[in-house]
Write a protein that binds this ligand. Structure first.
Ligand code: NDP
Length: 446
């Protein structure tokens, strides 16, 4: 396999999909050596079969808004790979959604799910529908219209969707309800469900908490702790808020949060009261961060800015969206003394930024390792649903911490370099790849 040739071929066959090409290139460049040690992989043309999704569903979603106007959005589901388990991955509702973004996310998901050691393949879905400013009834009608198309392609042992940007417990509830009606069954299809109907305790918290557990493991390799550290976080959605909550519990100082309008900076760290307000505002009131200084004038709001160049920090945890941290941001973070980056979002750092972090030999955890706690806990939700049982919060949290420790261990095993530096990108990619590759080889050409 020659990474450059594979990428050139994908660019020719699937033009205008930059995020997909970016994600594939990042993985292939770190597994190329290992792949080439196995001539049987090449004989089976494994790499092409691993890069191109098994199948993609694309459909029109028509729904009626509150004014009686008919609206049309595009809906998608990318079923990337099911070599090690049923397709599994979230659904994203955001105006920016397109096939390039969903193909990159489904590709990444395949390796991430493999790293968790649970039996889950990779998938991703979504729509260019934006829930922002839509009423509850509009969101319900949209979710129902989306699932009216999707339901026949998913199932507890086929493909299990979950939430992502713009899809939280409310949207999962509406989608699961409609799925249940169409499929006439009450099974574990969809994770991130409400606790009353099969959801798992700790699932909402899992991605953010899991990232903090991963960070703890990573810091421990250098004898460091979170206590007293200044942590810059971007985003203020599901992943960002639970990351902030756990960082504060562990004694760290959260010096920033953001949304798509701008950033809130707290040079001395958010107080519990300030954080609780932000959590309420973003999670339940569906408000905007620019409203925060009205209540807490001591907090600075910077419109249209991400946090990275606004505040000095020891640790950065980008938790909003892809490519939100570029090389200039990386330079600013390094100049300010940042020694660890642990990604809550998927592919939030551009390739140039990642290169700078690794070149500077700081601790850098890519999203596919650091944010795998969300899907891992979805896997635990599937296990509970199969057994028709619910585990306690302590039990799920204990298993989550254990899984994150295991992922860290695999990264160290496959990513340690001659000088002792752990290249977590390489470690995560190789560990995730080997398991999927072995399963694909064993199952023949499909
Ligand atoms: P949410 O929709 O709950 O929150 C997303 C946050 O990011 C919001 O604060 C949003 O701002 C902000 N944001 C979205 N797009 C942009 C943008 N283009 N520029 C700046 N800010 C933006 O999503 P999640 O917290 O669930 O997901 C965040 C990231 O984590 C995504 O990359 C997702 O793929 C990844 N992830 C999520 C998992 C999960 O379990 N939920 C699991 C693993 C990864 P605003 O409020 O203005 O919209």
């Amino acid at each position: 396999m020659n990474t450059k040739e594979v990428i050139a071929d994908l660019q020719r066959r699937f033009p205008n999909e930059p995020e997909y090409h970016q994600a594939v290139e990042e993985v292939l460049s770190s597994i190329e050596d290992v792949y080439n040690e196995h001539p049987e992989f090449e004989r089976y043309n494994l790499i092409e079969r691993l890069c191109i999704p098994d199948r993609i569903f694309a459909f029109r979603v028509s729904w009626v808004d509150d004014n009686g106007r008919v609206r049309n959005n595009m809906g998608y589901r990318v079923q990337h790979n099911n070599a090690i388990g049923p397709y599994k991955g979230g659904i994203r509702f955001h105006a920016s959604v397109n096939l390039s973004i969903l193909k990159f996310l489904a590709f990444e998901q395949t390796f991430k799910n493999s790293l968790t050691t649970l039996a889950m393949g990779g998938a991703k879905g979504g729509s260019d529908f934006s829930p922002r400013g839509r009423s509850d009834m509009e969101i319900m009608r949209f979710c129902q219209a989306y699932v009216a198309e999707l339901w026949r392609h998913i199932g507890a042992d086929t493909d299990v969707p979950a939430g992502d940007i713009g899809v939280g417990a409310r949207e999962v509830g509406y989608m699961y309800g409609y799925y249940k009606k169409m499929a006439r069954e009450f099974t574990g299809t969809f994770t991130g469900k409400g606790i009353a109907f099969g959801g798992s305790l700790i699932r909402p918290e899992a991605t953010g908490y899991g990232n903090c557990y991963f960070l703890q493991n990573m810091l421990a390799t250098r004898g460091l702790e979170i206590t007293g550290r200044r942590v810059a976080i971007s985003g203020s959605g599901n992943v960002a808020t639970y990351t902030a909550k756990k960082i504060m519990e562990l004694g760290g100082k959260v010096v920033s949060m953001s949304d798509s309008g701008g950033s809130i900076i707290a040079p001395d760290g958010l107080t519990r009261e300030q954080f609780d307000y932000i959590f309420e505002l973003k999670t339940y009131m569906r408000g905007r961060l620019h409203e925060v200084p009205e209540r807490f004038p001591e907090l600075q709001y910077h419109p249209d800015r991400s946090p990275w160049r606004l505040v000095q920090c020891d640790i950065a945890m980008p938790s909003a969206t892809q490519n939100e941290l570029n090389v200039l941001d990386a330079e600013a973070l390094l100049a300010g003394g940042c020694f660890a980056v642990s990604e809550g979002a998927n592919m939030p750092s551009t390739p140039e930024a990642v290169h700078r972090f690794i070149e500077a030999r700081i601790l850098y955890a890519p999203g596919k390792a650091a944010n795998a706690g969300g899907v891992a806990t979805s896997g635990l939700e599937m296990a509970q649903n199969s057994q028709k049982l619910s585990w306690s919060a302590e039990e799920v949290d204990r298993r989550l911490a254990e899984i994150m420790r295991g992922i860290h261990e695999q990264c160290v095993r496959y990513g340690s370099e001659a000088d002792g530096y752990v290249n977590y990108v390489r470690g995560a990619n190789i560990a995730g790849f080997m398991k999927v590759a072995d399963a694909m080889m064993a199952q023949g050409v499909l």
